[in-house]
Design a binder for this molecule. Sequence first.
Ligand SMILES: Cc1ncc(COP(=O)(O)O)c(C=O)c1O
Length: 389
Amino acid sequence: MVSHRLSQLGAYAMAAVKQRTADLKDRGFHPVDLGMGDPSRPTPKFIRDACAQAVEKHAASGYPPFIGSEAYRNAVANWFEDRFGVSLCADSMVVSSVGSKESIFHLPEAFVDPGDRVICPDPGYPPYASGTQFAEGIPYFAPVNYGSDFLPDLDSIPDEVAEKAKVFWLTTPSSPSGKIASMEYLTRWVNWCRERDIIACSDEAYSEIYFGDPPHSALEVSTEGVLVFNSLSKRSAMTGYRVGWVAGDPALIAEYRKLKANIDTGTPWFIQDAAITAYSDESHVAEMREEYRSRMKLFVEAFVEAGLPRSESEASMYVWQKAPEGISSSQLAEALLDEKILAVTIPSEALIGDPASHGPDEQFVRLSMVASWEDSERLAEAISQHLKF
Ligand SMILES: Cc1ncc(COP(=O)(O)O)c(C=O)c1O
């Protein structure tokens, strides 16, 4: 009854952690969920107010334009130019998305034929591979770990994969490691893709959550053959609004718009208006960066006190904590669920597509910096006191 496409998706790897969390809840404990990258803080009030006003303005709701309103695309282009110094034509180089998850999952439908390869960072955001499989393409998992400095090693990609590849996904800043691709790496990556006629797709969902120098965008290298995916979800704590965009090469954007016309009817007008307001302000973004930075430092120091390797992030809302030698990622995640700690995290084993390409010492857990300050302090204290191997 179920399609081949759906049935080929793997079993849900978080099942063991979820089961343990449910058991703890049944026994009256209150585990803190650091699994999802979903901010618990409210969306800033001025954005919520703008949304409420826009609902009235669009009292007759009407279907929104699926490519995004002109005002929204202009707001994206203006913000992008201020932030990255690259001018984008809002008419031909920007299209709205219902958040990046939608656009990432669907993109292969526009460019991938059965049997084509799509290069995906491993571990990486699951829709890179699942969207590929739904388009009947074959993911190639490029390891991003200690060994590769947390970026895909271009020289290690086999020629037969590169020859059949249509799309190459890069996440910068990376989830889960927080690694930022330098301009030098981005230039090599874009040129490598261009030489092989592969679309360079840069997922920049965490571009505004950084703790040192601001990350670059792949569109600073070139707009030819490059698409960038971003959204308001992480930048402005708007995960529930579902508003994002794809920008880049006009020829590719035109094809993507053709696909999108068949998929959805666009982000609602009033949400696009709220997003325009969000892009008019940087102070709330700077404030959130500080919140993530202080939580990240709290957890990093707690793990160091517990005797684990120092695992600081350059960017993103995650700590990618390395496990002690001889301890698997699942064992570390399990230990963090101990009744004296009660932190729900994601083990690297659950995020990896091709275990064979990761050595036994590539064991990590991902902690999302989304808990309240009080919960974060309590967890950090518990980790430093009670995490023992
Ligand atoms: C790496 C990465 N890309 C894209 C997304 C999608 O975010 P959204 O669909 O909310 O824009 C996420 C969400 O967690 C993510 O972690």
